[in-house]
Every structure is written in C-alpha cells, then in structure tokens.
Design a protein around this ligand. Structure first.
Ligand SMILES: [Zn+2]
Length: 297
C-alpha cells in the first residue's frame, strides 16, 4: 500500500478565501488583436496573388503570450487592392474576417488574430489557417499560394498542460472523488518531480494566491473566457503571482512541490464549474481535460 499512500494528498478542503485585489497587469501582455476593418464600398477584384506569407507562431494558446499573426504581400496588376483576410477552421469555414482596403503590391500587411470567434468566444482547439481573397470573391476562391500554403496554417489551443516535464496521473487515491477523512478528494493528483515548472492551463485573473494547511502553497485562477476556475496546490514555494493579478495561458505560476498535506511531490489540480471556486460552484473531474491537453501541449 506504500505506492497508494504516495498518491494521497489532503488538498481540496482549502478554506474559502477572499477574492479581493484590484486587477493589475501581472504578465507581459500580448499585443491586442488587429481591428476587423470594414469592407470597401466598391470592391474591385482583379488578378491578385499572394507573393509571400508567414504565420507566427505556429502554435499558440487562447489568452497566451502571442497571438497567431499573418504577414503577407500580394502581387497584383492593380495599384490598390481590397482584400478580405479570413481565419478558417479545419473544415474550411470562416471563423473571423478582416478587411484591408487599398492594399498595394509588395507592401507587407499584418493581421493578428486574438483567438476569438465573431461572437467573442474562444475558438475551439484545432488546426487553422489564414486565407486572403479579393473582397467580393467567394471564399472558395482562395488565392493560389502553392509555394507558401504551409505558412498560412497554424494550431490554436484553448488550454496548456500545467506541468512542464515528466508526469504521471495519480490513480485510485489520486483520483477525483477518492475518499479522504471527512471529505472527498476534489481534484486530480499528477505526480511529478519537485521543482518542475507549473504553468497556467488557462490564463485569466488570480482569484487567490496563498497558503493553507492541506493545500500548502496554492493558487486559484479564474479562467478568462471560460466558466471554470483552476486550482493548483502543494507548490514548493508561494506562487510569484498575487491575488488580483492577471495571468496568461502558459505563464509560469510556480513549481511542483509537496507543501501542505502532501505525501510525495505532485500537483493537485482542481477545476470548478461556474460560478467558481468557493463562489457557489462545484468541483468536477479534471482528468479527461488534463489527458486531452497533455496530448498536444
Ligand atoms: Zn490531491
């Protein structure tokens, strides 16, 4: 039973804590997304092709440090060209459109997508690409870009896996809902070496950062654009982030430890449904989410 004991931690009964603190920018903020722009009132469509196109980074996260950015130039026999730049999902459906009018040939144009749909919601995990079409043309009439097509594509994810390094999901006693004296285990334990960096699975606002006897050093993040709160416990040291600060997806929030009621180094991870952690919400089983994030992040 020694192996089982290693999986046990007592976190999950952390006392309710205040959520005070003013919003202060804690992270290096990513630049804002590009303005959408408006279509030209008299679009002209002529012979336009993409001359160069580069998308960076090729993998990014919602509310992360960097947004997907397309930089391109066109070749055209016209001095001014009205263009529509689209973000396409894997099925080729247009998720967002940007309009740039009077674009000259061989002049770099850049579009930065903030990862939200036209309704302002975070886009789903997946493989995306930019497309550039003359305004008024059918979306299917994507400009021919045989040599640069690959640089229009990118991956976008809503969540990052919270441990940067080798890890193993705790089973039985480390699972959500496992018995504890007086309560049940409200999170999922992920075994990992003490000192491995932890990052925010979803950025947002630090709802609470502090210490509690069971949880040890812990931090709770109110996930931006999500109905979830995320709680990380047993950090080796207090998180560098303070209550009220903003945090980006993938931003370091501390390191794995065994503070509080923990036997062995591990991350105790909780996800709370709206209205959130000790705000009237309830914890849910995060294992399937963690396993999904683990596959790409
Ligand atoms: Zn635990």
């Amino acid at each position: 039973m020694a192996a089982l004991a290693l999986l046990i931690c007592g976190a999950g009964s952390a006392a309710a804590a205040g959520t005070g603190g003013a919003l202060t920018p804690g992270a290096t903020p990513t630049k804002a997304g590009s303005p959408t722009g408006a279509p030209s009132t008299a679009p002209v469509s002529g012979s336009v092709t993409i001359a160069t196109a580069t998308t960076t980074p090729r993998k990014s996260y919602y509310y992360g440090f960097r947004y997907p950015r397309l930089s391109f130039t066109i070749a055209s026999d016209q001095p001014r060209n009205d263009l529509q730049i689209n973000v396409l999902d894997e099925a080729g459906l247009v998720l967002r459109s940007f309009y740039r009018n009077d674009v000259a040939p061989n002049v770099a144009t850049a579009i930065r997508w903030d990862g939200t749909t036209a309704e302002g919601k975070p886009a789903r995990n997946g493989h995306y690409s930019f497309s550039v079409v003359p305004q008024g043309a059918a979306v299917a009439a994507r400009l021919a870009t045989p040599s640069t097509a690959a640089t229009l594509a990118f991956d976008f994810y809503g969540f990052a896996f919270p441990i940067l390094g080798a890890h193993e999901f705790g089973m039985s006693a480390g699972r959500f809902g496992a018995g504890r004296s007086g309560h049940t285990h409200q999170g999922q334990d992920v075994m990992a070496a003490c000192g491995l960096p932890l990052v925010a699975a979803r950025g947002g606002t630090v709802q609470y950062s502090g210490y509690e006897g069971n949880a040890g050093n812990y931090i709770v993040i109110d996930g931006k654009g999500s109905s979830y709160d995320f709680m990380y416990a047993h950090l080796a040291e207090p998180s560098p982030l303070l209550t009220g600060e903003s945090v980006r997806t993938g931003q370091p929030i501390g390191v794995v430890g065994d503070t509080g009621d923990a036997q062995g180094c591990h991350l105790h991870f909780e996800m709370w449904a709206a209205p959130g952690w000790y705000e009237g919400g309830s914890p849910l089983d995060p294992l399937l989410y963690l396993q999904k994030w683990d596959r790409y992040s």
